[in-house]
Design a protein around this ligand. Structure first.
Ligand code: SAH
Length: 196
């Protein structure tokens, strides 16, 4: 297919914040994603106490699922509203603190300590700041990244995962000439070339 039509499209952080303010969050799944239920075993691979990363996390309820299963969840999200809604909608007490390495960034952490959400751009993170992860749930993340930033995003994700990690990626197949995105169309051939 012709993905050329989406190549130049850019959605700014301000536009994302506006979507949250206006409640234009059709991507949010109140019931969680059936594909994570289906492939949970692939993500966990029989292991317990994992560090699981949620890039561009929004207020994904799957973060609560994994925390309840005893894993450590780390997410990153530019919208502070989204992060606060996550904690309040699950009635989870939290504290917030600045992130010394990233100017303007805040980290919101559940009082129990097993969910940490960074409020900043994902491009501000590195493994020096957040460590490395055993698993990644990438839904509404690679496909939400501006096409011009995809390689940078993939390089960062590769840097953030341990050698023996599992990475679940959800993409959306459709004709990119008929919808401007996001979600953007990321064909399998591109996933292969991005992640090697
Ligand atoms: N993964 C979530 C949200 C998908 S929508 C889910 O499955 O529901 C994409 C999210 O990424 C939005 O909440 C948007 O505010 C956030 N976002 C966009 N650009 C970002 C960036 N550079 N860094 C961190 N978050 C970003």
């Amino acid at each position: 297919s012709d993905v050329g039509s989406q190549k130049e499209r850019v959605v700014t952080e301000e536009e994302w914040l506006k979507k949250w303010e206006m409640g234009n969050i059709g991507f949010h799944k109140e019931e969680g994603h059936p594909l994570l239920r289906k492939y949970m075993d692939v993500l966990l691979n029989g292991r317990s106490g994992l560090r699981i990363f949620f890039p561009l996390c929004g207020k994904a309820v799957e973060m609560k699922w994994l925390a309840d299963m005893g894993h450590n969840v780390v997410g990153v999200e530019v919208s502070e509203q989204a992060v606060k809604e996550f904690f309040s909608e699950h009635s989870l007490p939290y504290c917030e603190e600045p992130v010394p390495e990233i100017s303007g960034a805040k980290m919101f952490q559940s009082t129990s300590g097993n969910i940490s959400l960074y409020c900043c751009s994902i491009y501000d993170l590195s493994s020096l700041i957040v460590g490395k992860f055993d698993g990644v749930w990438d839904r509404g993340a690679l496909v939400a990244v501006n096409p011009c930033d995809r390689q940078r995003y993939a390089n960062l994700m590769i840097n953030l995962v341990e050698k023996n990690s599992s990475y679940l990626l959800v993409t959306v197949a459709y004709d990119p000439n008929k919808h401007k995105g996001p979600p953007f169309y990321v064909p399998e051939s591109e996933v292969k070339s991005l992640f090697g």
